[in-house]
Design a protein around this ligand. Structure first.
Ligand SMILES: NC(=O)c1ccc[n+]([C@@H]2O[C@H](COP(=O)([O-])OP(=O)(O)OC[C@H]3O[C@@H](n4cnc5c(N)ncnc54)[C@H](OP(=O)(O)O)[C@@H]3O)[C@@H](O)[C@H]2O)c1
Length: 360
């Protein structure tokens, strides 16, 4: 597989592998750890080097699974990307925790579960508005200084927050949803990354499976979290089929490339610093997805894809965020934090904040 440089000194295979659906994903119905281990190992054979997980996936079991799957390989041949800063309570609800003490113990626990002594890319899963960001990011930078973490990343921060963090300690890669049906970050974060030499991990590049053209609403089992995503509503799915048809039409001009392959190639075409991290629990689909790294879309293909009808049920990525506290002027680790409980909002029907709760 071709390589890409996320940031200077951080080369990875052009495609990464998102591991969340192996143990956390959209529902627990189809969990198969043995096959998932084989998926990870096949990915290594095919040239994938970056594997994305999080402590909250499972919770915890996804890191254990990834650690087990990667055990046979030389540590320097693979890059482990995990995340911190979200916690799940005994009632299954998610909340943010960006306190330095929590991040330090979360890192130790992730290292143990992954069976390694260094995390290659440690990502803040969500900014905690109850903690000055300078404190949160400062605590993470101390983990780099101690050698527990090689590089830092963040998911779902605003551009102002990115600028603040980058000034304290360089961001190696950010992580946001980016796909043909969720192109919003092309307008703000993607150009910021380009200007600042920061990599961009494109999560859910297959629209959580919708863009593959293999899903119907009836095929989603009861309890599948996508049933609460407004883009998967019955009427929305029917209208959004036009997007899959557009992917299929472009694929037809490339030796019948599948909609998934065209969707991944679109994400790759957004810049040399973009690394899509599609998720799958099946070797067959992994192989299909990996071969998209060789699919070169033309300018005309990209124009056609960028002019597809807008997504019905499109969500705001930070609609639920309370006013962030940038924490300018605080010396991290020295100012006591008055923590306020900050629950990640629950989805309610067409609530545009759906993915802040489940799309982790
Ligand atoms: N930072 C964040 O907040 C955040 C949020 C969401 C996701 N992520 C990361 O991004 C990764 C990927 O996102 P995602 O899994 O949500 O969405 P995705 O990659 O867009 O789609 C995954 C879905 O597509 C299916 N699929 C994969 N390849 C396929 C193919 N060739 N043909 C048909 N179906 C195919 C998978 O099915 P099977 O599972 O049945 O194989 C799964 O249901 C996650 O694993 C996670 O690491 C991060």
């Amino acid at each position: 597989m071709r390589m890409r440089e996320l940031a200077r000194g951080f080369p990875v295979g052009a495609l990464g592998l998102g591991c969340s659906s192996m143990s956390h994903g959209y529902g627990s119905a189809e969990r198969d750890d043995e096959e998932s281990v084989l998926v990870v190992r096949r990915a290594v054979e095919l040239g994938v080097t970056l594997f994305d997980t999080a402590d909250v996936y499972g919770p915890h079991t996804n890191e254990e699974l990834l650690g087990r799957a990667l055990r046979p390989y030389r540590r320097q041949d693979v890059r482990i990307a995990t995340k911190c800063g979200l916690v799940v309570g005994s009632d299954g609800r998610f909340s943010r925790d960006g306190r330095p003490d929590h991040l330090r113990s979360a890192c130790e626990a992730s290292l143990r579960r992954l069976g390694t002594d260094t995390i290659d890319l440690y990502q803040l899963h969500r900014v905690d508005p109850a903690v000055p960001l300078a404190e949160t990011w400062g605590a993470l930078s101390e983990l780099v200084a101690e050698g527990k973490v090689r590089a830092l990343g963040v998911s779902h921060a605003t551009v102002d927050e990115l600028a603040l963090m980058h000034g304290i300690h360089p961001i190696t890669a950010v992580q946001y949803e980016l796909s043909v049906w969720a192109p919003q970050r092309k307008r703000d974060v993607l150009p910021w990354c380009r200007r600042n030499g920061v990599g961009f991990l494109a999560f859910s590049p297959l629209g959580r499976g919708f863009l593959s053209g293999t899903l119907t609403r009836d095929s989603l089992p009861a309890g599948d979290s996508r049933l609460r995503d407004p883009r998967f509503g019955p009427a929305a799915m029917r209208t959004n089929e036009a997007i899959v048809a557009g992917l299929r039409a472009v694929g037809a001009d490339h030796g019948d490339a599948t909609p998934s392959q065209v969707a991944i190639a679109w994400a790759l075409a957004q810049g040399p610093h973009v690394v899509p991290i599609p998720g799958t629990r099946r070797r067959r689909w992994l192989e299909e997805n990996v071969s998209a790294a060789d699919l070169r879309l033309t300018e005309e293909d990209l124009r056609r894809l960028d002019n597809l009808p807008p997504t019905v049920g499109e969500m705001s990525w930070d609609g639920a965020r309370t006013q962030p506290r940038l924490g300018l002027g605080h010396g991290h680790g020295r100012v006591p934090v008055q923590r306020q409980a900050h629950e990640v909002p629950t989805a309610t029907g067409s609530d545009c904040t759906w993915h802040t709760e489940r799309g982790l």
